[in-house]
Design a protein around this ligand. Sequence first.
Ligand SMILES: C[S@@+](CC[C@H](N)C(=O)[O-])C[C@H]1O[C@@H](n2cnc3c(N)ncnc32)[C@H](O)[C@@H]1O
Length: 254
Amino acid sequence: MSGRLFVIGTGPGNPEQMTPEALAVVEAATDFFGYGPYLDRLQLRSDQLRHASDNREELDRAGAALSMAADGANVCIVSGGDPGVFAMAAAVCEAMENGPAAWRAVDLTVLPGVTAMLAVAARAGAPLGHDFCAISLSDNLKPWNVIENRLELAARAGFVIALYNPISRARPWQLGEAFKLLRHHLPATTPVIFGRAAGRVNEHIAVQPLSQADASIADMATCIIIGSAETRIVARPGKPDLVYTPRFMAGGKR
Ligand SMILES: C[S@@+](CC[C@H](N)C(=O)[O-])C[C@H]1O[C@@H](n2cnc3c(N)ncnc32)[C@H](O)[C@@H]1O
C-alpha cells in the first residue's frame, strides 16, 4: 500500500509566514524529514517522528522519505522558504525519476511557500515590481562560467536579480566576482539589497550602491537583490529608504 508524501516549506523563518496549508500537513503527517534547523521550526507532537539529516544529503533524504511513503506512511519533507526554490522538491522529483518504480507510485503533493527573495523584497519596498530572475550563486551543482554568463545576460536584459546561496566557507570569492562582473553592465548607483535572515529575530537589511557593494557583509543566510537600471531609491525622513522597480518603463503602454 502506498502512502503520501508532502513537500512543504516553512517560509523564511517567521512562523506567521508559513502557509495554513503547510501547517495543516504538519498536523496530519507522522514522519518528518529535513535539515535539523528546519525541523526545529515545527511544533511536533510526541507521536510524530523527526528524521533530521545534514543539509547536503538531499538525495538520500528524498529516497528515505519516498521509501517510507511507499510503505504506507504519511510523510512530510520540510524545506526552508519555498520547497521548490533551490530546495527539496527538485531532489524528490530527481529521486522519483531515477529510483524504483514504487517511488513513482507514491502520492506526491508539493505545497508552495514564501521564498526568501519575497521576504527580502517586501522589507525593502518593491524591488521585484518589474521583470526579475533568481540565480543560485553556488557553483557546486553547475560550473562557474555558466553563472557568470547568466549574470551578464540577466543584467544586460534588464532583469532585477535575486541571488541565493551567495557565499559560504567553501565558496568565499564568488559573490565579490559577481559584483565585479555586474559593475561592467549596470550603473554604479544600482541599489543592492542585502537581506539577512529575513523574517527571523536577527533579521538585517542593508542597501548599498553596486559600486560599493561589500560581499563581506553577506553570509549563507543572506539573499541579495540587485536592482536593474530602472530600480529607484526613495529617501524618507526618519524611516528606511524605499527601494522599488517601477511597473512602467519607457516605451511601455500606460
Ligand atoms: C538552499 S537555498 C534555499 C532557498 C529556500 N528554499 C527559499 O525558498 O527561500 C538557501 C538560500 O536561501 C536564502 N535564504 C533562505 N532563508 C533566508 C532568509 N530568511 N533571509 C534571507 N535569505 C534566505 C539564502 O540565500 C540561502 O543561502
